[in-house]
Structure formats: C-alpha cells, structure tokens
Design a protein around this ligand. Structure first.
Ligand SMILES: CC(C)(COP(=O)(O)OP(=O)(O)OC[C@H]1O[C@@H](n2cnc3c(N)ncnc32)[C@H](O)[C@@H]1OP(=O)(O)O)[C@@H](O)C(=O)NCCC(=O)NCCS
Length: 175
C-alpha cells in the first residue's frame, strides 16, 4: 500500500466504473476516466480524506516489463470513517481483509497527535456480507443499525450498519 496518486486514475476507473463495485456506495458507476481523476483530486485536497492504493506487484521482482497495478483503494474517507474497494477480478482473495488489518494501526498512529480520534467507524449496508466480514475480522464491532437513513442511488432507501473500532488501549464506549 502507498498513498493514492492522480496517476492512479486509469486503474481506479476500472473499479469506479463497475456496477458491482459501486452497488453499496453513495455514487453511481463512473463513465469517464476524468471522473475518477476528479474523485482522486478531491480526496487529495480534502483534509478529512487520507487514502492509499493497493498495488499488485509483478510476481518476479526482476520483471521490468510489468508495472505494478492498482487493484484497490483503502483509507479514511471522512475521518474517522474508513472505506475500501477492490477490483472485482481480485475479490475473495483476502486482500481487503489483509489491507484493513494493516491500515488500522497506521490510522491510529497517524491520528494520534493534534487531530486524534478515539475510534474509527465504517458504514455498511446490512446485506453487504463481504464488507461486514472484512470489518469484523479487523476487530470492528457493530454499534447500531440506523433504519432507512441512506438514500442509495441504485437501491433506494436503505438501513446502515455502523461499525466501530476503538483506539487500542481505550475502553469500549457505546454512547
Ligand atoms: C467489500 C470488498 C472490499 C471485499 O473485498 P475482498 O478482497 O473480496 O474481501 P476478502 O477477500 O477479504 O473477503 C472478505 C470475506 O467476504 C467473502 N467474500 C468476498 N467476496 C465475496 C462474494 N462475492 N460473495 C460472497 N462472499 C464473498 C470472503 O470469502 C471473505 O469471507 P470469510 O471471512 O468467511 O473468508 C469488495 O467486495 C469490494 O470492493 N466491494 C465493492 C466496494 C465496496 O462495497 N466497499 C465497501 C463499502 S462498505
């Protein structure tokens, strides 16, 4: 994982143009790579956004023909809320789980100075089982289910599961 960059737009577009990837997000699939470039640009300029690209490296380190390719994005999307997406070709291989478990210590370390968060949060549709598993495996706990609070552009009004991960060493608060 390394910081998200504007040059990642073509690979990010492969994800953000996919109906399957965008189903449980607040956005409709993108139709032009420029929309992905704009999405990245906004992430980079918003202070409450801190995103990383997941690169798939060539199998052989001496392989100079194949460049690393971005197959996922993970990070703080509106701190302290975190989010992630993986290209459909790479679903079910454990990448999101591995990435989130690697990212959370980095998140708490990064937001431990002047801007400190006592927890990270994730918002997920109750029917989005893979994402719920990713969160639970990383130690996130279901805090509440908000009824009919999210207008999905494709699915209509939906409930939202609010998951939280407390900063390590801090007692669990439920209010
Ligand atoms: C949610 C998402 C990031 C999961 O990524 P992933 O790399 O496939 O996740 P993992 O491989 O770590 O799998 C997590 C669990 O979901 C299961 N899973 C993954 N894809 C699945 C699928 N298509 N159908 C059923 N189960 C699936 C895995 O088997 C695994 O279960 P396990 O813990 O019992 O082994 C990916 O599906 C995605 O990018 N979705 C679109 C974007 C999105 O919805 N982001 C989250 C918004 S809240």
């Amino acid at each position: 994982m390394r910081p998200l960059r504007l040059e990642d737009a073509p690979d990010v577009f492969l994800m953000r143009s996919s109906t399957a990837v965008m189903t449980f997000t607040p956005s409709i699939p993108e139709t032009d790579v420029e929309q992905s470039r704009e999405w990245i640009a906004k992430c980079l300029e918003r202070p409450n956004c801190w995103n990383f690209s997941m690169e798939l490296l060539p199998r052989n380190i001496d392989d100079t023909l194949h460049k690393p390719r971005v197959i996922g994005v993970i990070g703080a999307i509106r701190t302290p809320e975190v989010g992630y997406m993986i290209h459909t070709d790479f679903w079910g291989k454990g990448y999101a789980s591995e990435a989130l478990q690697a990212f959370m210590p980095v998140f708490f370390e990064h937001y431990s100075g002047k801007e400190i968060y006592s927890f990270a949060e994730a918002h997920v549709d109750p029917e989005h089982i893979p994402s719920r598993k990713v969160l639970e495996k990383a130690g996130f706990m279901l805090l509440e289910v908000r009824k009919q609070d999210f207008q999905s552009p494709t699915l209509g009004m939906r409930d939202t599961c609010i998951y939280r991960l407390e900063r390590p060493g801090k007692a669990l608060e439920t209010n």
